[in-house]
Design a protein around this ligand. Structure first.
Ligand code: AMP
Ligand code: MG
Length: 496
């Protein structure tokens, strides 16, 4: 490439492990000419790539998988996983290929992966491809999560071609370039546990500690410390998901990151009307991965990880790592919700008010994100009811107006005692209650324009608001509106 020869910076440390951990496989070129669908300069900067790198024709070819990345060591990673509670002893990157791994000027490591780049030894019945629809969803959502301050894989770009890909209908092929410090999953350890390959479990754990948790290397029991750290990061991640209303949709252990990142975006959804039992995955009718199940499912998944690491530690140590999960999760979640409410500390009265607010929101079928955003407008000395709040909670007739009024007055009293002055509180609340989330219908509109007209302007506008979701963006305020009626008919399946 003209601007930068990535090859000088490629370290390929994961590929330096033995081939028991992955398969060497190159991307399969697509037949039709590839075009850039969208490029994310913020992620280019993470890789020390200049923002005008896309003017180099090699860029699209490399990130579609048509041309090899010089100095790269392309591999598909091996893993296993519990899918919907059932062990699948061998999975692996069925349509993702890691091109290489680069270290930037801040000494951060980034693995560069193509998703949708062709068959690998782990493709099973799949075609190794991804469709434009699902890559746009992942691209937008990973940036939305990052904008919300939630750990996640990121995305550098999407390229697309007219090659046909068969899903429920014919769609077109696209390739997403995803980056993360590591794509190691809980399932990466499980595969060796079920094969009884204890030395491989140890090698992988040592690798993860050396490269991603170096502060644990000097602990008396580094593997125990690793499990503890993953428990803590996962508990924190769950608190963050629950606080913004994000439902992942497929929390299989192969989709759980060892770094506590949000990983593998499929049939995810953001809560719009507040409904804790939200199931966003059409293929999960029993709601194993419903929104309100996520914290518990994470503990279940962490238990699978603890089992996979158990040959490296005493069972009592493994149990002791898992024990604090519930408390860690709850404390972190309460802390975030208290901040969303505008309070300074998690007092009993603040927590009670939060619980009542959520139940009224549920009964009134109100929009989670919009209602929290409007809460910052409440003024503690203003006895007239905040109309936005009042209308959205009471209007459906499901919440008694007197009940709301009582709550409102208690809320104002508590703000008086337990919050910053109005103006400062408003700023603090607007920095934790986003104006913009990736609503399903917004993604859908962007996808339809892209599919129909190769018009990516909607992707572009959404990126602007989602990368800075706490800003007002008055010119894009329509993206913060209540979804139109047709949005309720949208359903998202695992097919991607
Ligand atoms: P997911 O639940 O989407 O994370 O996928 C589960 C497994 O199926 C992973 O190992 C994926 O690599 C694999 N997979 C999903 N879609 C495809 C596809 N189109 N071709 C090959 N493998 C796939
Ligand atoms: Mg997956």
């Amino acid at each position: 490439m003209k601007h930068l020869d990535l090859s000088k910076k490629l370290s390929n440390t994961f590929a330096s492990l033995s081939e028991d951990f992955y398969s060497r496989v190159a991307p399969t070129p697509l037949q039709q000419p590839a075009k850039l669908v969208h490029f994310n300069p913020a992620v280019a900067a993470l890789l020390d790539l200049p923002a005008d790198i896309t003017s180099d024709p090699a860029f699209v070819e490399i990130f579609t998988g048509n041309t090899a990345l010089a100095g790269g060591a392309p591999i598909a990673m091996l893993y296993a996983g519990h899918q919907f509670g059932h062990l699948v002893p061998q999975l692996g990157d069925g349509r993702a290929i890691m091109l290489g791994e680069t270290t930037n000027s801040r000494n951060e490591k980034w693995e560069i992966q193509l998703k949708g780049s062709g068959l690998t030894p782990y493709s099973r019945d799949g075609d190794g491809r991804a469709v434009l629809r699902s890559t746009i969803r992942e691209y937008l959502c990973s940036e939305a999560m990052h904008g919300l301050g939630i750990p996640t894989t990121r995305a550098l770009c999407i390229t697309g071609t007219d090659d046909e890909v068969y899903r429920e209908q014919i769609e077109t092929a696209a390739v997403l370039t995803r980056v993360a410090p590591s794509h190691v999953r809980f399932g990466s350890f499980e595969v060796f546990f079920y094969r009884d390959q204890v030395e491989h479990i140890r090698t992988l754990a040592d690798f993860v500690i050396e490269h991603h948790y170096p502060e644990l290397a000097d602990e008396p029991k580094p593997h125990v410390a690793l499990l503890s750290a993953v428990v803590e990061r996962t508990a924190t991640l769950m608190a963050q998901w629950q606080s913004v209303g994000f439902a992942h949709g497929v929390m299989n252990t192969d989709n759980m990151s060892i770094l506590g990142l949000t990983l593998d975006y499929g049939p995810f959804g953001f809560m719009e009307t507040y409904e804790p039992g939200l199931i966003c995955n059409h293929s999960d009718p029993r709601g194993r991965y419903a929104f309100d199940q996520q914290p518990q499912i994470s503990l279940w998944n962490l238990t699978c990880l603890a089992q996979a690491l158990s040959p490296l530690m005493d069972i009592e140590d493994a149990k002791a790592c898992l024990a604090p999960y519930q408390t860690l999760y709850t404390e972190h979640y309460y802390q975030l919700m208290i901040q969303k409410m505008g309070f300074e500390k998690a007092s009993d009265s603040a927590l009670a008010l939060t619980g009542e607010f959520l139940s009224m929101m549920q009964a009134g079928h109100a929009d989670y994100t919009r209602l929290f955003r409007s809460l910052s407008e409440v003024q503690r000395n203003d006895e007239t009811l905040n109309t936005v709040l009042h209308d959205s909670v009471v209007s459906q007739g499901k919440v008694d107006a007197n009940k709301f009024e009582h709550w409102y007055n208690t809320y104002r009293d508590t703000l008086q005692k337990e919050a910053l002055p109005d103006a400062e509180r408003r700023i603090a609340m607007n920095a934790i209650n986003p104006k913009f989330i990736l609503r399903n219908h917004l993604a859908q509109t962007a996808i339809e324009k892209a599919e129909r007209d190769k018009d990516y302007s909607e992707v572009d506008h959404l990126m602007t608001v989602l990368q800075a979701p706490f800003d007002e963006h008055p010119e894009h305020s329509h993206y913060a509106e209540i979804p139109p009626d047709w949005a309720s008919g949208l359903s998202v399946s695992c097919s991607s």
